[in-house]
Write a protein that binds this ligand. Structure first.
Ligand code: ZN
Length: 497
């Protein structure tokens, strides 16, 4: 099987190839049992598409607008070194002689299931029996996901941290159908070069080399685009059994099956780790990763805890923002789309935020949130940012109001617990309110959206607060403090719409 020519992508209409996906007019839908794998598939397919198309910004605009013919795909394929995308070598470098790899059941490749040996890696939120056997086609996306999206700590001492740092949030462009989505997340070579502004880089994929990745520090400035898009952190293999199965990941029947994998971590460090940063590796600008810059260092944005909701950071995913502490920088793919959007006639696209919520070695949750965006990003982005801003302002007032209960003299953990529960509830309710409101982003002016957002969010905060007041009405000291706090909360009415 070759990932650039053969059918391995699971859709509701059976398995298709990258060529079919990019060149046919059928509106295919991906079919994977876990949204995490669907997200990894979008990342991997866009990266594969980059390797084949190697488009300039203008060519990319042409493909998105007028489509890509099968002939053109074949022509471009002729200029690609196909052999490195065969299933026996893609993202799989050979094990060094004399070192013994670790074995693990395939279950461990899905986050939220895997349990490392460290004390922190014990969280389960998916059933282990839901991924015990897979088809060989799906081993590629699981491998890609391991390298790009799973934290090394999840594997304890045998875990490695990949080029994105593991556990980083991804922002992707969501087009009107799967084909447009993959094309919109394909990287324009000229625009990326302009963005990076570095000299000669190594463009070979890491599994092309006989002695893959020796050395302690993997310097970002030496890593070219294809190399970085599929950067490795493990030597890996998936023993294939000559036995039929129904794949637990894609649901399709297969003539072969895989139940376990072997891995051995690379010893050097990328700029995504402390070791790498200390050694001067620097951050490699992974195109799907929003980052923050602090004291000259770059860090990928990660989901903070299981109560964190993506809306709170959304503005930073689409606009560069500076605070006194740090600068947040949108992912390259978002900047690229802003550029494309200026020239596309029918440029409407939304943003998909995805990733794992990783706390130390444990994956506590997953993110998979779709945000509606205005048709004209350059002039109408305010419609989105004003809605997000309303959510944050109301949250701030709710927090200030609840701070009053710290003055009662009760145990800090007790009152802190009341406050945290309330804030978590608000951020979770606000996530739905905001995503829902943004569905109207093209039909309503910024002013109207802001007004509607404020109204809905204020009501959400007030009803949470009233619930707490009801609960503690017989606890006089606490109740009095809540009454004082209520005045602060009611000041949400004065927030300008
Ligand atoms: Zn499968």
């Amino acid at each position: 099987m070759n990932l650039l020519t053969d059918d391995f992508i699971s859709t509701t209409q059976g398995k298709i190839s990258l060529k079919t996906l990019l060149t046919s007019d059928t509106n295919y839908q991906l079919q994977y049992a876990f949204d995490e794998i669907e997200l990894a598939m979008l990342q991997m397919l866009s990266s594969l598409s980059t390797v084949v198309l190697k488009p300039s910004l203008d060519e990319l605009i042409d493909y998105i607008t007028n489509g890509l013919t099968a002939d053109k795909y074949e022509q471009l394929l002729n200029k690609t070194e196909l052999q490195w995308f065969e299933d026996n070598c893609f993202m799989r470098s050979a094990f060094p002689k004399g070192e013994k790899p670790a074995d693990a059941p395939i279950t461990k490749m899905l986050s939220g299931i895997e349990c490392g040996t460290s004390a922190d890696a014990s969280g389960l939120f998916s059933d282990t029996s839901s991924a015990e056997i897979i088809c060989s086609d799906c081993s590629h996306v699981l491998n890609y996901n391991l390298h790009m999206n799973i934290k090394g700590e999840c594997f304890g001492p045998t875990g490695a941290t990949g080029i994105r740092g593991g556990g980083a949030v991804s922002t992707l462009i969501a087009g009107k159908d799967l084909k447009t989505t993959i094309l919109s997340n394909t990287i324009a070579i000229d625009f990326f070069d302009l963005y990076r502004d570095v000299g000669q880089t190594n463009n070979e994929c890491m599994w092309q080399e006989h002695h893959a990745m020796t050395g302690d520090i993997y310097y970002a400035h030496k890593i070219g685009l294809p190399r970085g898009l599929f950067a490795l952190a493990y030597h890996i293999s998936f023993p294939v059994l000559d036995k039929t199965c129904i794949c637990d990941v894609c649901g399709q029947s297969s003539s072969n099956s895989i139940k376990e994998f072997k891995r051995l971590k690379y010893k050097g460090s990328y700029g995504s780790t402390k070791n790498g940063r200390d050694g001067g590796a620097k951050w490699w600008p992974h195109p799907f990763t929003p980052t923050t810059q602090k004291d000259g260092e770059v860090f990928p944005v990660c989901a903070r805890d299981q109560h964190w909701q993506s809306w709170q950071n959304f503005t930073a995913y689409v606009l560069q923002q500076e605070t006194d502490k740090a600068t947040s920088i949108p992912a390259f793919i978002v900047s690229q789309y802003q550029e494309l959007n200026k020239k596309l006639k029918e440029g409407h696209a939304n943003i998909l935020i995805g990733g794992n919520v990783a706390v130390k070695g444990t994956i506590k949750g997953r993110l998979y949130d779709l945000y509606s965006m205005p048709s004209h990003w350059d002039k109408d982005l305010e419609r989105v940012t004003k809605v997000i801003d309303s959510g944050l302002q109301v949250k701030d007032k709710l927090s200030q109001a609840l701070n009053k209960i710290f003055g009662v003299g009760y145990d800090k953990n007790f009152v802190g617990g009341i406050k945290n529960t309330a804030i978590n509830q608000y951020t979770s309710n606000a996530q739905q309110i905001i995503q829902q409101l943004l569905l109207d982003v093209d039909r309503k002016e910024a002013r109207v959206l802001r007004k509607e957002a404020l109204l809905a969010l204020k009501n959400a905060a007030k009803s949470i607060y009233q619930e707490i007041m009801r609960k503690y009405q017989n606890d006089l000291p606490l109740f009095k403090a809540l009454v004082k706090g209520e005045k602060i909360l009611l000041a949400v009415e004065k927030i300008k719409s």
